[in-house]
Design a binder for this molecule. Sequence first.
Ligand code: 5GP
Length: 221
Amino acid sequence: MSPRACAVVLAAPSGTGKTTLAHRLVGQSADYVFSVSATTRSPRTGEVDGVDYYFVDRTGFETMIEAGDLVEWAEVHGRLYGTPRAELERAASRGHHVVLDIDVQGARQIKQRMPDAKLIFLLPPDVDTLMGRLTGRGTEDAAAVARRLYSALEELQVVEEFDYVVVNDDLDRCLETIRGIVSGKVETGASGAALQSARALRREIGRILDEDYSEYTNANR
Ligand code: 5GP
């Protein structure tokens, strides 16, 4: 990787607008490219193979693991996801910043293997925004929403491990902050306020799960 180019890892509970942010980051500047992951989950409407993901079956994914083709991989919501080594190598050879939209397990593995990677944890501004995005997807039934809320609870527990915590309250401001992090203008370290927001969010998600999704409690705990 050229001295200037870096790997930018974006992790967040689903419903934070992470994918939109990642695509905007890449769409607005030729300096950024997106790392297209491999996954065993089925394509959603409108998703294109090789653009949004490389859609592979389990056997294909396992072959990639055995061949050492994945820099990291993890099981998320019962499906396998991984970052192809070739995606990072291609970006590095061209001197591009590469944006990884991955889960917290993957983020940890990247940090171990690429200590210079910038790990950014994104937070939704509040629980209502999170719920709006989760239920507004239209592709998820209540059980799937409950599962994503449980995952969010777990993911929010590891916020402290990240180099940066950014609240996605305004898309443009958030993009500016991320560009500042990449260029070294924004200092490392999660602010006390950001960590407090993460804790408040966990409490709220816990309450919503108890009140509105209790029938799925046993299935998820
Ligand atoms: P979705 O199925 O909604 O596109 O993604 C589900 C979760 O898997 C998201 O948190 C997403 O960031 C994560 N994910 C996507 N690609 C990868 C990957 O290559 N590695 C890991 N560890 N997680 C990924």
